[in-house]
Ligand binder design. Structure first.
Ligand SMILES: [Zn+2]
Length: 466
């Protein structure tokens, strides 16, 4: 068996790992690398191996940093199956269509700017809507907990990862020589007792582990504290007749916030104020959540049994049309606006920020991880001069950060998850974390007595049988 990590090495972007086992070339995830336009374009376009020589692609989940470069892979000649859970299949289609739309709009905007400067308007989108439609054809859904063969000697199974709807841990078994080796890819792991979704499964038998480390060196705030803090933010906004703007990813965070607001209103912790989910993608994704109750935990199923809508509130509006989005500006009462994108790099949140950022009564509520060099990170760092659409604004709106919302396990949760499976574990490869998170987490894993723990470099190949 050989493993080459082609992305998410000392970073959280572009997850893509090539596993060569028993003559099969298997790609684990095909994520989009996110950086500056030029760098992203080059890196995503140039698939660093022979795409036509792959036998299978397995997706852990539908976040774009795990599935967003599938169209480039298909354009580079991949013609085989792409396996994922049923919910991931639905979400990946929605996410990729949206991504193509953004790529096309960005290319158009860059060409507009270039031609204004007298430069050649030759930017092209990384991929188009048509590329996406071709790339999603080979998506094959495989339910959790069922073995799927990949040829005679290799099989895999999806287990719950508890991260976002449909997210999976991938366990592969490879028959080699006289024995069977098992390889586990964690994908992205959720927290203990996630809202809405079932908790991540434990994997007790594994020889090799490829594990994420997003928060390998950090612990989250307790969950109860988070609900109290959210309550306080909403109540203060009501007192000031102000807005709470929440930049949120369309998958997961949006549904979680709505779910918590639902619960807070049920027990009258917060008043019944208008809530807007202002994102066509989030509207689509919420519809996909509704039809995949197979991923829900007992509490969420309980709500459904009582005919309660976990993704509804009395005064909640899901906003798809642009005109309805603009009309939110006319609302004079205190309200909550949840809009994409999660790091404020695109989407309608930027329009709401422009309107509110210079007024001290409003609150910008950061509920997700913010990568370096994003508008969201500059807000989270409480910078006072903020550029949006090329214009500079003085930030007077308050910024509040709630960390407990994370869809990622923290360092203790990650260590505990790995610790349950160390009996046979020989090698652990630590990926999907910024450098200091990955190295600190690798040290924690060495403390568990795992014989070989590595933080791979991009493109480094490991012979697992050596
Ligand atoms: Zn993820």
């Amino acid at each position: 068996m050989e493993l080459t990590c082609w992305g998410a090495t000392c970073s959280v972007s572009g997850s893509m790992h090539l596993l060569q086992a028993a003559g099969r070339n298997i790609l684990l995830d095909c994520g989009m690398f996110q950086g500056s336009w030029n760098e992203s374009f080059q890196r995503n376009r140039q698939v660093p191996f022979d795409a036509s020589a792959l036998d299978a692609v397995i997706l852990s989940h539908a976040h774009l940093d795990h599935c967003g470069n599938l169209p480039s892979l298909v354009n580079a000649g991949y013609r085989g199956p792409i396996y994922c859970t049923p919910a991931t299949r639905d979400l990946a289609v929605a996410m990729l269509r949206d991504a193509a739309h953004i790529q096309e709009a960005d290319a158009e905007y860059i060409n507009f700017r270039r031609s204004k400067k007298g430069e050649a308007a030759n930017a092209v989108p990384l991929y188009t809507q048509a590329d996406v439609e071709r790339a999603v054809q080979p998506l094959i859904s495989v339910p959790y907990q069922s073995w799927m063969p990949l040829g005679k000697y290799v099989r895999f199974m999806f287990l719950d990862a508890g991260h976002i709807l449909g997210a999976a841990i991938v366990v592969l078994q490879v028959d080699e020589g006289n024995g069977t080796q098992s390889f586990c890819y964690s994908g992205d792991l959720g927290r203990d007792h996630p809202r809405i979704l079932r908790q991540r499964d434990l994997v007790e038998e594994m020889d090799y582990l490829l594990v994420e480390s997003t928060y390998g060196n950090r612990q989250h705030d307790p969950v109860g504290q988070l609900e109290d803090e959210l309550t306080q933010v909403v109540r203060e906004a009501v007192d000031r007749v102000a807005r709470v703007l929440i930049p949120a990813f369309a998958i997961g965070r949006t549904q979680e916030i709505v779910y918590i607001l639902h619960r807070l209103q049920e027990r009258a912790a917060i008043p019944d104020i208008p809530v807007f989910v202002d994102s066509p993608l989030a509207v689509d994704v919420t519809e996909i959540y509704r039809v995949h109750a197979e991923c829900f935990n007992d509490e969420t199923r309980g709500l459904l049994r009582n005919n309660e809508d976990p993704f509804g509130l009395k005064r909640l509006r899901y906003v798809r049309e642009r005109e309805a989005s603009v009309a939110i500006n006319q609302v004079v009462e205190p309200c909550i606006v949840i809009a994409g994108s999660g790091m404020c790099e695109g989407g309608r949140i930027r329009h709401h920020l422009v309107r509110c950022i210079e007024d001290a009564k409003h609150t910008i509520l950061i509920v997700s991880y913010q990568a370096t060099n994003t508008l969201g990170r500059r807000l989270a760092d409480r910078e006072t001069k903020i550029k949006i659409f090329g214009e500079e604004y003085k930030r007077r709106a308050r910024v509040k950060i709630l960390n407990g919302f994370s869809a990622h396990a923290d360092s203790e949760e990650l260590v505990q998850w790995v610790a349950a499976g160390t009996r046979k574990l020989k090698n652990a490869f630590v990926v999907h974390g910024e450098e200091h998170q990955s190295f600190a987490f690798a040290d924690r894993l060495r403390g568990l007595g795992i014989p070989n723990v590595v933080v791979p470099q991009r493109g480094q190949t490991f012979d697992l049988d050596a």
